[in-house]
Write a protein that binds this ligand. Structure first.
Ligand code: UD1
Ligand code: CA
Length: 453
């Protein structure tokens, strides 16, 4: 069966009180609409149409270049039925049409798959939920035999209908050609003066359809975002799901409510994550990786047995097996620790390779540098990689020892086994195997401290 998906995303989102269109607000680091589009894609539809309105150009720009999306503007928001109607001329090959909402981000693919499957033979499928407090939602009206007859909106409902606790999620899957007919017959003579998509259901029933109702595993799947409170609630629900899955997959989380994953994390066995960790973008953890409290990992690859101590920020960086980083270290883009490295507190590393077993333990800046194996970089060492106009490279050979508080003025090369005396400013290459130092000679003179008059 050929499936088409129509995503309604034209609403203004007034209650967000934002200059950003509602569907561009982020959940787990991704725009709300992005979640819905990705879920739609998981169903392998033949076409996806997004109906946009308010702030439309900004919405389109975010998804620019995604060839499988078609965009239709709904200039005036005259109701959900009107919105779907705008999409109909664009749909070409779909036999069934699934209607989703750009501000309902957490619907699971499995839920939609079973809804779609239930309508395989030109059926009419509807996703409903049963709520303790159904206020505001369209109510599902069933006949004495339990068959769904129509949907009545809150504002149009009688007192008796308002007691119904089964509500419309808005998500439905319907035959395209029939939908086009039904939409053509909609009227806006109702309490809101809108063309209600929900009215097509009664038309389908009149045409002899037996409505296939499905319910999601959790009501969260049908919840929309209208304000920032709801956005935060759904963020938590989503993070909780991710955390549960990580634990099922064998990751120890010291507190599942204090982890935020805003991207994808893949991991080996027996990893441990302490509290208040943010994982952003694509992060890969090997086996037995330990991450301390308050770390941010953004697009990072961590090898087996890596230990990240508390309060580190690691971005676009690779940490080789058995390395130890932190506390309070910052690995910036292009940092590559080959393995068994020690990077200590208040050390910043950018666009540099740190060879096997090398140590940069305290208070250093290492930028545009190649450090060999078994190197020791003393406390406070700075690579002076920038002359105010251009960046230059520092090369430090295997087993070199850089004394504390040295400045290595790039471009410069420190040979293998070289030793640099503490406090040196090294502006010329330091040869292998030698001690190089630029320290002023130490003198002692007789001297009397001034005294107060
Ligand atoms: C709608 C349903 C209601 C259901 C509820 C679930 C109708 C008539 N009612 O009500 O039965 O319980 O959703 O949340 O469908 N939109 C457009 N263009 C429009 C109007 C709406 O794109 O002209 C989009 C909005 O951006 C939003 C969605 O459609 O994402 C729902 O619109 P909204 O006005 O919030 O519908 P409700 O009144 O809540
Ligand atoms: Ca409305």
């Amino acid at each position: 069966m050929k499936l088409g998906v129509v995503i309604l995303a034209a609403g203004q989102g007034t209650r967000m009180k934002s200059d950003l269109p509602k569907v561009l607000h982020r959940l787990a680091g991704k725009p709300l609409l992005g979640h819905v589009i990705d879920c739609a894609r998981s169903l392998s539809p033949v076409e996806i149409v997004v109906v946009y309105g308010h702030g439309g150009e900004r919405v389109r720009a975010v998804f620019d270049g995604q060839q499988d999306l078609q965009w239709v503007e709904q200039a005036e928001q005259l109701g959900t039925g009107h919105a779907v109607q705008q999409a109909m001329p664009v749909l070409k090959t779909a036999e069934q049409v699934l209607i989703l909402y750009g501000d309902v981000p957490l619907t699971r693919s499995e839920t939609l798959q079973s809804l779609v499957a239930a309508t395989e033979h030109q059926g009419f499928g509807l996703l409903t939920v049963t709520l303790d407090n159904p206020t505001g939602y369209g109510r599902i009206v069933r006949n004495d035999g339990g068959r769904v007859q129509r949907i009545v909106e809150q504002k149009d409902a009688s007192a008796e209908e308002l007691t119904i606790d089964e509500v419309n999620t808005g998500i439905m899957c319907v035959p395209r050609e029939r939908l086009a007919e039904w939409l053509g017959g909609l009227s806006n003579s109702n309490a809101q003066g809108e063309y209600y998509l929900t009215d097509v259901l009664a038309m389908a029933v009149a045409d002899g359809f037996d409505i296939q109702v499905q319910q999601p595993a959790s009501a969260v799947e049908a919840e929309g975002v209208n304000n920032r409170g709801q956005l935060a609630t759904l963020e938590r629900a989503h993070q909780r799901d991710i955390a549960e899955q990580l634990m099922v997959d064998g990751v120890t989380l010291r507190d599942p409510s204090r982890l935020d994953v805003r991207g994808r994390v893949t991991h080996g066995r027996d990893c441990e994550i302490d509290i208040n960790v943010i994982i952003d973008g694509d992060v890969t953890l090997g086996n037995r990786v330990r991450i301390g409290a308050n770390c941010v990992l953004r697009n990072a690859v961590l090898g087996d047995d890596v230990e990240i101590l508390e309060n580190c920020v690691i971005e676009d960086a690779t940490v080789g097996a058995a390395s130890k980083v932190g506390p309070f270290a910052r690995l910036r883009p292009g940092a590559e620790l080959v393995g068994e490295a020690h990077i200590g507190n208040f050390v910043e590393i950018k666009k540099s390779v740190v060879g096997l077993g090398s140590k940069v333990n305290h208070l250093s800046y290492i930028g545009d540098t190649e450090i060999g194996e078994g190197v020791n970089i003393g406390a406070g060492t700075i690579t002076c990689n920038y002359d105010g106009a251009n960046k230059h490279k520092t090369v430090i050979g295997d087993r070199a020892f850089i004394g504390s508080n040295s400045a290595l003025v790039a471009p410069v090369t420190i040979g293998e086994n070289a030793t640099v005396g503490a406090g040196s400013v090294i502006g010329k290459d330091a040869p292998a195997d030698k001690l190089t130092l630029t320290r002023a000679k130490q003198v002692s003179v007789d001297w009397r401290r001034p005294t107060k008059k």
